[in-house]
Design a protein around this ligand. Structure first.
Ligand SMILES: [Zn+2]
Length: 122
């Protein structure tokens, strides 16, 4: 016995039917699109929180330099940030909430300089 994919009602008639009526069909597709949106939202949200946690862990004193690789291994993804700040030299620091980072090359190693958000960066 087949049931409607949306409301679980028993399906009558044609055997290739999947929904009992067009409104169940559209409700089902609406729900799928809502779930997809929620997934994207949750994924971004989780990555931002993870990024923040990693930056926080590696920057306990307010300023730190860490090899980029180490942060990436922890799950840090630099494509996800919440805001940015440009200093007087036009260098752009990316932030995950109150924790910022900028990429630097030192002795052929790619590093991140980590900073804290300050009032004057507003
Ligand atoms: Zn139905």
């Amino acid at each position: 016995m087949k049931v409607c994919l949306y409301c679980d009602e028993k399906l009558e008639g044609r055997t290739d039917k999947v929904f009992c009526n067009p409104s169940c069909k559209s409700a089902h597709h609406y729900k799928l699109s809502q779930d997809k949106e929620a997934n994207l939202y949750n994924r971004i949200d989780n990555q931002l929180k993870l990024n923040r946690r990693i930056l926080k862990n590696f920057n306990k004193s307010g300023k730190a330099t860490v090899r980029k690789e180490i942060l990436l291994n922890e799950g840090f993804n630099p494509k996800y940030f919440t805001n940015y700040w440009k200093n007087s030299k036009n260098e752009v620091y990316l932030f995950c909430y109150e924790f910022g980072f900028i990429e630097r090359k030192e002795n052929n190693r790619v590093k991140y300089v980590l900073i804290h958000w300050q009032e004057y960066m507003k």
